[in-house]
Design a protein around this ligand. Structure first.
Ligand code: SF4
Length: 206
């Protein structure tokens, strides 16, 4: 809630799309922005009811919202939630493995986070893991293969309040180039990539 006479700054926030492939053939799509006030992804429908919301607009082929936030939170504080991309392709754990491969190909990615029925992150699966599973079970009377048969469940994560230094150290220690960002109760809200960190560092170099 804004306070009287509080200095404010109007920020323009890029809308991101988050697609989720489920067992029926219709991907669901959420439109979110990164809220600098709560340092969290917010559904645009939520923003439209926020007292700080100004307007939604199209510019340069992208959708944006504008809202007023206190001056001290208008600029990045070096947290993962500020830099992560909420635009994540993810898969349901019970999705048929063949269709999961096709969805990953359609989305142009080689791996994706896997969610359970409650949108909690339960693993990560790659196209190579799905292909290997198909080869290993070929000719057997194995039940229809699902994403959870191939996924890796040992997934390192960060939260939106983790610092970018935490993210850089984790990537360097584990030799990985992307880390899922989750809420305290494990819901996936985005992903942070090594390239995001490089861009952030570049923007701070005079
Ligand atoms: S409109 Fe409100 S909830 Fe949405 S980003 Fe702005 S301050 Fe956050």
């Amino acid at each position: 809630m804004s306070k009287a006479n509080e200095p404010e700054f109007t920020v323009r926030l890029l809308e991101r799309r988050r697609s989720r492939f489920t067992s029926d053939d219709t991907p669901t799509e959420a439109h979110t922005v990164h809220c600098p006030l709560s340092v969290a992804a917010r559904d645009v429908r939520f923003c439209e009811r926020c007292e700080r919301f100004e307007r939604e607009l199209e510019d340069d082929g992208e959708a944006w919202i504008e809202c007023r936030v206190p001056l001290e939170v208008a600029f990045p504080r070096g947290l993962c939630g500020e830099l992560m991309s909420p635009e994540v392709t993810c898969l349901d754990c019970e999705l048929d493995a063949e269709r999961a491969s096709a969805f990953l190909q359609m989305a142009g990615v080689t791996s994706a986070p896997v969610l359970d029925d409650n949108a909690v992150l339960v693993g990560v699966v790659s196209t190579s893991e799905l292909a290997r599973l198909r080869i290993e079970t070929r000719g057997s009377d194995h039940r229809p293969l699902e994403v959870e048969d191939a996924m890796t469940t040992q997934v390192v994560t960060l939260t939106q309040r983790s610092t970018l230094g935490d993210a850089a150290r984790l990537m360097a220690d584990r030799g990985i180039d992307r880390v899922p960002i989750v809420t305290d109760d494990g819901h996936l809200v985005g992903v942070i990539c090594a390239m995001d960190l490089v861009r952030w560092m570049a923007s701070r170099i005079p």
